[in-house]
Structures are given as structure tokens and as C-alpha cells.
Design a protein around this ligand. Sequence first.
Ligand code: C2E
Ligand code: MG
Ligand code: MG
Length: 680
Amino acid sequence: MIKLRKSFSIASFIGIGVVTVALALWYRAIALDALIEQETRGNTALARSFANSIGDRFLTFVDHASTLPREAILSHTETAAIDSRVRRQMKGTDVVKVKVYGLNGVTAFSTDPYQIGEDKSYNEGFSRAKAGKSASELTYRNAVYSFEGIVADRDLLATYLPIYHSETNEVAAVFELYSDVTPLVRRLHRAQLQIISGVVTILVLLYAFLYTIVARAERIIHRQTREQEESADKIKHQAYHDSLTSLPNRTMFLERLDEAVKRAKRTTRSFGVMFIDLDRFKVVNDSLGHDAGDRLLAIAAKRIVASVRESDTVFRMGGDEFTVLLENLAADEDAALVARRIIQSFTLPIDLKRSEVTVSASIGIAVYPRDDLTPERLIKDADAAMYRAKDAGRNRYQFFTEDMNLSALERLELENGLRKALRKEEFFLVYQPKVAAETGIVVGMEALLRWRHPEQGVIPPDRFLSYLEDSGLINPVGEWVIRRACLDVKQWIDEGLPPIRVSVNISSAQFRSEMLARNVAKILNDVGLNPRHLELELTESLLVENPDAAVRALEDLKKLGLFVSIDDFGTGYSSLNYLKQFPIDFLKIDRSFIRDLINNEKDAAITSAITALAHSLNLGLVAEGVEDLEQLEFLRSKGCQEIQGFLISKPVPIEELKARLIKDGHRLILTRDRAEPVSA
Ligand code: C2E
Ligand code: MG
Ligand code: MG
């Protein structure tokens, strides 16, 4: 930053100094010149009048005396006579001493008797005067022998003057007159001081005036510079940061990643890239609005930042995608730890002012070092790992492995294919029956979605549901499922088969949509189906995302007269308090508890507890994933009413189910003696 005031002050003081010194010297020079000139003129006149008054007799004495020894001159009668004459004549003038030299330079006369007889032939003033020119010299004396005796501290002007012979008109002797110019010199000094102080005062005032202007200019310049810097900083910040979360953005991420890769190649330290995608963000954004979506992202960003280590940097790539640059990884476990902390941070609900939601995060991690590593490759790998985490059921992290590149391509094809699937009627439903635990009589069937892919054959829902949800396609597809299931059960009844319920799985995006109850009502109406034949299966996690809203939505659905069950019960985190408030009809114990029921005491205990809970809340209980008779016996003994699982039947096309039921009189196995092979 420029220091205008400082530079100006330095320049000014140097300027003032130079001007003062130059002025002092210049003034002194001209003033002294004038003084010397004036004094010389006075002395010349004095010397002339003196020489004239004593005439050539005096010159003859000088000429003669200069050849005599000092004592002879001193004792010469003329000397005393001249002395008294000189003193008389010089009285009242400022002349304090008079000396006369012979042409040989010897002091023939002096009012200071000690100087008589001295040789001054070497003196420049003498030589000039001998040559016919007068010369003056200003000197300072501590003490001088004057007419009145010795006087101290004097400025004297010594003037050498030629004295001409009246007849020959040639230089006959040299006079030296000392005039006391002390008062003049002192006046001159005073004047010099006054002038200089006057000028310095003016210059200092001028400086002070200009200083205020310069100071102002400096302030303005500084302000402008600061503003420019700030706006440059702001522009830079905007270019490199995301305005919503204030996190560094994609541009910054790419730059940092580039640097990190270069650095990692030079050193042996490893680093990693983490891709984070919020699960079901689109659903929140679409159903609760963009403001809520923005708020959610800002809070999510804070949680991620709070979960990473100090050496890690979090970036927002856009949408609900975040990345983390993990520097200084000692082991892969470090990255896993960060990922776990991030996932953990999302277990608490997010307060969106008007509602509360819970979102989870799917995380992909790619870790250096690997061969031929480039930033592009790392991004691709972390991205592929992230999608694998999503595929595996979300809310988890996944390290990149080489086989993932292939699935990235598959994923792209899958997404494109899904867009066309509905139009091309590639979706179809299979049904898995639910039977009464005691009798084996079929009481319901669950509609499960399948996709007949033109090349890959039949694809199960786990592989494509997350894409349907993320793309928003779940709404039209979900609606198609409800309608198809209603049509199928209607036909079932119309065919005179014993009445059963058909249950349809509802995903969170559908549940959040305010249109759900209205759409279901319309479908029931269009199909002409009694709502007692329809059951909706909602997952526990979906309900606890926003329990208050869930209660309201459930009430709307219940008003239609249909059944509602909580699917995968035991895996979410619903509090008993909410469970009490949810207007529901059934709990479906999650498959994971049934699987090891016989061998795992904890699973058995949980299953027993859920059974007891259902009884006390007066809810129907369904066990899903029942695969063998031991499980069946256990569930029966606990009083579980309905059973579903491969032991009874795998999900099959409706025609196949009908054929088997007709054959078996609507019973499907159930005792050890009547165990039948499970249909494929
Ligand atoms: P879910 O609702 O819990 O469905 C039960 C899943 O467990 C089905 O898988 C079924 O085939 C499987 N299953 C049933 N009995 C057994 C058994 O004894 N052993 C084993 N190992 N598995 C059994 P599926 O059809 O692949 O469906 C998976 C999930 O996809 C479903 O879980 C459901 O949440 C979802 N889903 C299926 N169809 C739809 C749909 O139309 N809409 C929505 N939103 N979700 C659907
Ligand atoms: Mg289900
Ligand atoms: Mg289930």
C-alpha cells in the first residue's frame, strides 16, 4: 500500500531544508558582498584623505622605514607623530587599526606597535594592493589590539589599498585599514535569521496545508484500493464458493484435487476423495418446496463439515452432491471413520421450520495411491462407489473397487431404460400371498414390482427403485402399480374367488405427495373396488422421517376405508409414542429378524417383543420372509396372525397364484405333515 503522506513529508522536509540552506547561503553571500563593497569604499576614502593630508613626506618615511630594523622604526620620531595623527584622523570612524607597508612588504607603521617591522610580502591582499587593486577580507578575531586597547570578539574587515605617489602616480605604499564591522555583521545575521525563519514558517504552513490535502487523497486512495480489493476478493469468493452453503464449489474442488494429486505423486502420503449424495433429497425438494430444500442443504453442509477432520475440505458440487478431499490418510480406516461420522450425523431429524425430515447420505470413497491416477479417474471412481452405496440400499459408505466401473455404465443404461419402461409396458406385478398362520388360508397378497428389461430380463425392484425415486418417476410408476393391483384384485373377486386384500408398497416420495389419498380414491372409484380389499404398506423409516405429517397423511388415507400396514417393522426408529398415534392396522416384522429366529436368541426376543407390542396396541401382525417350519411354529406359538415367505410361496404372476389356490382350496400348506414344495 502506498504511503503518500510519508513520502510527501520526507520530500517536503528535504525540500524545506534545501531551500533554507540555499537561501541562507545566498543571502549571506550577497549581503556580505554589499557590506564589503560599502566598507571598502569607506576605507578607500579614509585612506586617501589620510594620505593626502600627510602627503609625500609620509611616503618617504614609509619607504625609508621599511628598510630599517623594528627598533629603529619604533624609536623614529616620525612614528609617534604619524601615530598621533592617525588616531586623531580615525577618531569617530569604525577603523580600529591602521597599518602601512613599504613596497617590500615590511610593516613600516602600525597602530599596534607589536606588528611594526613584520614582513607581509607573502600576503595576497598586499600583493593585489601593490599591483594597484584594493582587496578586502572579512575575518573574525577573538581579540584585537585597537586604538582603545584590546577588544574581544570582533568581526573585522581588512582592506588593502594602494597609495600613489602624487608626482609619479605610481604605487608608493600599501595601507591596511581594519574596520570593525561587528554590529553590521550581527545585523546581517539577525536579518538572515529573520528572513529564513519567515520563509521556513511560510513553507511549513504550506506544507501543513498540502499535508491535509495529501492525507485526504491518501485516505481516498486507500478506501478505493480497499474497495477494489474487497470486490476482487468477493468476486474470487463467489467464483470459488457456493452461495447457499458457503462451501467451496466444484471449481475449487477441481483445482484442489489437481494439486492434491500432484502432491501425492511427490510424496508417499495417501489421500482420498469422498462423494456424498443425500438420499431422497429430490423428494423433499419437490414436496416441501425449494426453500425447505435450500435449508436442508445448508444444514446438511454444516453436519458434513462438523463430521470431517481438520485436514479435510468439504465442497458442494451442486444439487445435493458434496465431496470431501481427505488429506493425510494413514489408512483406509481413517476415511471410513469420517464416512461413518457423516452418516451418523444424519440420524437426527432436520428441522425445516414447518416440518421435520430425516435424510440419509450415501457415500463413495476413492483412495490414492493407485497406478495411473488422475483427478478425473478419482472423481469417476468415487462417483461409482457412491452409486454402489445407493444401490446397496443407501445410508451407507462404499470404497471404490475395480469392478465398479462396469456398473457405472450399467447404471446409465438402467436410468435411460427406466424412462421408457412405463411407456413400453415393461413393468409387471407379481404377487406373494399372505396366509393365516393357523389355517393356511390365503387372506391377502402383496403386489411386488418387476421390470422386464428387453436385454437383461426380469430385474427385481431393489436394483431400480432408488433411480425411480431420485428421478421422480416413482410417482407415475407407483400410481400404475396401485391401479394394476386394484384391477387384479377386482377381477379376482369378480371371478368368484374368496375375497382377499391386495397390498401395495408405497415409497416415501409417493407418501409425501399430497396427491396420494386423492389418487388412491380416484383409482378405487375408477376400478369400482371396495377399499376393504386394498392395503398400503409403508416402511417404518418413511413414517419416522416426519411423524406429525405422517399422522395427518395416514388419517387422510384411512378415511378412504383401506388398510395400512407398517412394513419392515423393527428396522426404523419409531418411538412407541408415535406408533400409538399412527392410525394403522398391521405391523409386518422385518425379514431380518425372522431369518435367524431359531438360532439367534436376540432375534427371537425381538420377535416376541414385537408380537406382544402388536397385541397390546391391538394391531394385526404379519411375519415376512418365513422360509421354514421352525420359524412358522415359533411365530404361531407367539400368536402371530399372518405369514408370508418362501415357505408359503415366492412372489408369482397372478394367474399362477390363482391356479394353485383353486387347486388347493385356498389353503397353502402349513403343518409339518402338509408341507408342500414352494412354488418357484
Ligand atoms: P418388501 O415390501 O419388504 O417385500 C418383501 C421382499 O422380500 C420382496 O422382495 C420379496 O420377494 C422378498 N421375500 C418375500 N419372502 C421372502 C423370503 O421368504 N425370503 C427371502 N429371502 N425374501 C423374501 P422384492 O420383490 O425384491 O421387493 C423388494 C422390496 O422392494 C420390497 O420389500 C418393497 O419395499 C420394494 N417394492 C417392491 N415392489 C414395490 C412397488 O411396487 N413399489 C414400491 N414403492 N416398492 C416396492
Ligand atoms: Mg412390502
Ligand atoms: Mg418388508
